[in-house]
Design a binder for this molecule. Structure first.
Ligand SMILES: O=P(O)(O)OC[C@H]1O[C@H](O)[C@H](O)[C@@H](O)[C@@H]1O
Length: 305
């Protein structure tokens, strides 16, 4: 099924291929979210161009991630990281974004949607995901509140009888007029791991802003600071706040990688910067039985002053 997000309407909340799209519309703004992956596809405050980026055309395919939007990365990030070392797990960014989440009907309003993914409903082979944690059980709740601001909150509870650990990220593709002129401000002085180099060498953010170009930028910052993504083309600033997020992942694939993104046409990569609330690698979340952890990201838009 090929779909242009620009044409998503309320009438399309029930779609073919077993994928439901939910539309939130209120005076403050509107959003579209898919039950597949609990994947936010669109959000814009009233009167603003989209703030969440997706390729101009995209489709749902069972077992494949939807391009752009806000993938929920869980229970691992990238290829995974266990006991101090990178692993090679598949699928990349965990299975949560490739599963149908259960809609909490009672919590679905014009401004809010809540989804649940429970380990009891997953198939053997997905749980446990860490060989030495054979009895891991969890309950994940994901709530999206969308009006003139957007807030996404992932709460994971250890429902098993043994300790569990996981990685998570809210992988927001933020729409900019042109990434080549975008500036991400708020990370000066932070240490980051440079994922574009072998071994993820640690580096220091010395410049006042992160800039983007033809070369990829792929970094795990050790920072929970509030950030501003300045967009001189659209004349606005996207403000990003986070809680429970010891790291911030910043990514743009650059020209070569960007033009290889599934579903995206040549040059579309210039329309986004991914700024991700994350707890991954050596900041993995560890939960005792009964404990919960909340990872949240909120986004608002201001005129560029
Ligand atoms: O799987 P995708 O949604 O395309 O995301 C892929 C990207 O995700 C993160 O931002 C990682 O830091 C990148 O290394 C990776 O390439």
């Amino acid at each position: 099924m090929v779909k242009n997000i620009a044409y998503a309407t309320e009438e399309e909340t029930l779609m073919g291929n077993g994928v439901n799209l939910r539309t939130l519309t209120n005076d403050g703004g509107s959003a579209v979210i898919s039950d597949y992956g609990a994947h936010l596809l669109r959000w814009a405050p009233a009167g603003q161009p989209d703030v969440i980026w997706t390729p101009r055309t995209w489709h749902f395919e069972a077992g494949q991630p939807v391009g752009g939007g806000v993938p929920v990365c869980f229970p691992w990030f990238g290829p995974g990281f266990v006991h101090g070392g990178q692993t090679a797990k598949r699928p990349i960014h965990g299975f949560a974004r490739l599963r149908q989440w259960a809609l909490d009907e009672g919590a679905f309003t014009s401004a809010r949607v809540r989804y649940v993914l429970d380990s009891e409903r997953l198939t053997t082979g997905e749980v446990p995901w860490i060989e030495d944690e054979p009895n891991v059980r969890f309950h994940a709740a994901y709530e999206v509140c969308a009006s003139d601001t957007l807030t996404m909150t992932l709460t994971v509870t250890n429902t098993g009888g043994e300790p569990m650990s996981y990685e998570a990220a809210l992988h927001s593709y933020l729409h900019v007029g042109d990434v080549l002129g975008a500036r991400l401000v708020g990370l000066r002085g932070a240490t980051y791991l440079d994922a574009t180099e072998a071994g993820f060498p640690p580096k220091l953010q010395e410049q006042p802003s992160v800039m983007f170009g033809d070369q990829p930028v792929d970094r795990v910052y050790y920072s929970d600071a509030a950030l501003e993504l300045q967009d001189h083309v659209l004349g606005r600033v996207i403000r990003i706040g986070k809680t429970g997020s010891p790291q911030t992942v910043v990514w743009n694939p650059g020209e070569q990688g960007g033009n290889a993104i599934a579903h995206a046409k040549t040059g579309e990569w210039r329309g986004f910067v991914a700024v991700e609330a994350a707890a991954c690698r050596d900041r993995i979340v560890a939960l005792s039985p009964g404990e919960s952890y909340m990872l949240s990201q909120s986004i608002a838009v201001m005129p560029l002053g």
